[in-house]
Design a protein around this ligand. Structure first.
Ligand code: PGA
Length: 253
């Protein structure tokens, strides 16, 4: 039996002002203070990082960024480096979220550079992958996932300098209210697990955590978190309200 700890992460996307984010962080801190068996994280937009991280200091809730640039420093107007994010309080960072890939044109190779840069700074990574509805309907889901994993993780060697978590997020399930079924999730997560074992060896492949993301809410969390090889959830919409996020964390207990 593996000892993988469940990790429930809230992706706040480009929502909440600093005041609202700090208030939500305080509420979560109060409501989740007893939780010890599950890892919990919030991922506010970069502007909120310092304030939210300060509010969650010495709590059981970690803080992460949603994106980082792949270079250490330089003339890259509007971007944030891994070291700057870390300095602002981010212990984690998302890489390859489908909104980054689709809206901002991030490639698998960009994801690979970002993961390496973040790991080089000691920042833990949640690496997101997933197929579009067109890709699923065309029967190319595993081909797409294979490419995202192969290119995204190219050159990475275990032991990693910082943690790596995978998040399977079918694009058609993100923000649509339509989550993947437990059978669909199980099929993909088992396939990812096998890929990871093949690539990094049985021990590392077995230890890496794979979150599910895409319309996770209090009503479906317990069912999805029970699925084999599901080690947590990446939660968007339902992470913006304390009661729904807390209910999802509790479903993991
Ligand atoms: P959702 O978003 O929970 O609102 O579907 C998930 C995500 O974008 O990570």
């Amino acid at each position: 039996m593996s000892e993988r700890r469940c990790f429930i992460a809230g992706n706040w996307k480009m929502y909440l002002t600093t005041t609202e984010g700090v208030r939500l962080a305080q509420e979560l801190r109060n409501l989740l203070t007893q939780v010890r068996k599950v890892d919990i994280g919030v991922f506010p937009s970069a502007l909120l990082l310092s304030a939210v991280a300060k509010k969650l200091e010495e709590s059981n809730i970690v803080v992460g960024a949603q994106n980082a640039y792949a270079k250490g420093f330089g003339a890259f107007t509007g971007e944030n480096s891994a070291s700057q994010l870390k300095d602002a309080g981010a212990a984690w960072c998302l890489v390859g979220h489908s909104e980054r890939r689709k809206i901002f044109g991030e490639t698998d190779a960009d994801c690979n550079r970002k993961i390496k840069e973040l790991h080089g700074e000691g920042v833990n990574v949640i690496f997101c992958l997933g197929e579009t509805i067109e890709e699923r309907e065309a029967g190319t889901t595993f081909k797409v996932l294979e490419r995202q994993l192969r290119v995204g993780l190219e050159g990475l060697k275990a032991p990693f300098p910082a943690d790596l978590v995978l998040a399977y997020e079918p694009v058609w399930a993100i923000g649509t209210g339509r989550n993947a079924t437990p059978d669909q999730v199980e099929e993909v997560h088992c396939w990812i697990r096998d890929w990871l074992k093949e690539r990094f060896g049985a021990t590392v492949g077995e230890a890496l955590r794979i979150q599910y993301g895409g319309s996770v809410k209090p009503e479906n969390a317990a069912q999805l978190l029970r699925v084999k090889n599901v080690d947590g959830a990446l939660v968007g919409g339902a992470s913006l309200k304390a009661d729904s996020f807390v209910a999802i964390v509790k479903a993991a207990l």
